[in-house]
Design a binder for this molecule. Structure first.
Ligand code: FES
Length: 156
């Protein structure tokens, strides 16, 4: 339980209770929906990218506290960044959550609060789902799943 207590730090609880950037952007020029078939949860992401920069981003859907907090913090972290920086954050978050990247070697800032999920295999996909969805939206894919080819922890 100590891992779980550490994970549900105040910042995660706060973002779950009051998710930032909740809703949908009107007339988005990028959008994607990510699914976690294991639990049925899904994240719908809408955004506008202008001149290679994420001008606006919002999310909605159904997810557990970790998923929702991850999506909330992700939208805040990438808003205003260029798409290359956002893709780098996708890679770094994925590395941190699966334990292949030392968070101190990343540019994830407050998102390092999710470092503990690497010790909780059943929650890795919860944290990564919004980031999968962001990657899909940036690459004009409209549906993505945490299973199959994009499974972050195959064999779990
Ligand atoms: Fe479904 Fe976490 S339990 S995303």
């Amino acid at each position: 339980m100590s891992d779980m207590r550490a994970l549900y730090q105040e910042v995660i609880l706060d973002h779950n209770r009051k998710p930032r950037n909740w809703g949908a952007i009107a007339n988005p020029n990028r959008h994607a929906e990510g699914h976690n078939p294991l639990c049925g949860d899904h994240v719908k992401l809408t955004m506008n990218v202008e001149d290679g920069r994420i001008e606006s981003i919002a999310f909605e859907g159904v997810g557990c506290a970790i998923c929702k907090a991850s999506a909330s913090m992700m939208t805040g972290a990438v808003k205003g960044r260029n798409t290359e920086e956002a893709e780098q954050m996708v890679e770094e978050f994925r590395g941190m959550a699966t334990g292949t990247l030392d968070p101190e070697q990343s540019h994830l800032g407050r998102l390092k609060v999710f470092a503990g999920v690497k010790d909780l295999p059943s929650r890795v996909k919860c944290a990564i789902l919004p980031w999968h969805t962001l990657h899909a939206a940036l690459n004009s894919e409209q549906q993505v799943s945490t299973e199959g080819a994009s499974d972050p922890v195959p064999g779990e």
